[in-house]
Design a binder for this molecule. Structure first.
Ligand SMILES: Nc1ncnc2c1ncn2[C@@H]1O[C@H](COP(=O)(O)OP(=O)(O)OP(=O)(O)O)[C@@H](O)[C@H]1O
Ligand SMILES: [Mg+2]
Length: 238
């Protein structure tokens, strides 16, 4: 058994640092050649809302998340974040970096870098000097309860710890919209619960909007709203 670390420091009743972004997905389709991964999907999330998206494998969940986060472009329809279409921005990458945090289905940490350095990489684009990047990465590791693992590489961390580093990296640029794709997919129930508690706390503290793809029933129970994707078609659960 590894020692149990508090996942985030205790806190009072701080007001959120900033408000979450609104999300408006309007009749969006995404075709990959002959495959229609998503068909005429519409979804709205109010600032600070938590929306859970579920559905079978290959139903189009990651496609939806990638489109919302501006990692992929719709074949038709539009995605507005705070009323702005990301693909109309002059600098899409910068706009995305300043607004959106991703926790990917595979954690995508760089294997040769330490946990701390993985987070620092996310801060390079923001033009932060090296010493500040380092301090900020350590602060973020503390926020996810991993201050003691900063010098470990991903291969030296447990699955849950890796997922927490990925979460810290996603938070590095203070996103107003956090998109999480199966953040608890590979974890046991207790660890999943801790990650979800952490996400909930971070959402309240930072005022983020959260869209989370998951098969996990715990996620649905915590969400304000739940949606299901079936063969590329998005529907709201009753
Ligand atoms: N870049 C791509 N090129 C071609 N087809 C793709 C691409 N990305 C996704 N697809 C296809 O689109 C469909 C939806 O994929 P998607 O990754 O959105 O599913 P998912 O619901 O996230 O599945 P899982 O739960 O297994 O992660 C699948 O049939 C997939 O093969
Ligand atoms: Mg997926």
């Amino acid at each position: 058994m590894t020692q149990t670390q508090p996942i985030a420091p205790p806190r009072g009743t701080e007001a959120p640092r900033r408000t979450g972004a609104s999300v408006e997905v309007d009749h969006v389709s995404r075709r990959y050649g002959a495959v229609t991964a998503l068909q005429d999907a519409s979804l709205r999330a109010a600032p600070g809302e938590m929306v859970a998206v579920t559905g079978h494998s290959a139903s189009g969940k990651s496609t939806l998340l990638n489109l919302i986060g501006g990692l992929d472009q719709p074949s038709s329809g539009s995605v507005l974040i705070d009323g702005t279409e990301i693909w109309r921005e002059p600098d899409v990458a910068r706009h995305r970096r300043e607004l959106v945090g991703f926790v990917f289905q595979q954690h995508f940490l760089l294997a040769d870098l330490t946990a701390r350095a993985n987070i620092e990489v996310a801060l390079i684009g923001a033009g932060m000097p090296r010493a500040r990047r380092r301090a900020r990465a350590l602060e973020l590791l503390g926020e996810v309860g991993l201050a003691h693992r900063g010098e470990h590489q991903p291969g030296q961390l447990s699955g849950g710890e890796r997922q927490r580093v990925a979460l810290a990296r996603a938070l590095a640029n203070e996103p107003r919209l956090l998109l999480a794709d199966e953040p608890t997919g590979a974890l046991d129930t207790a660890t999943s619960q801790r990650i979800l508690d952490l996400l909930g706390e971070l959402r309240a503290r930072r005022g983020m909007t959260l869209i989370i793809v998951s098969y996990d029933e715990q996620v649905g129970e915590r969400a304000d709203r739940m949606l299901t994707v079936t063969d590329g078609v998005l529907t709201a659960n009753q």
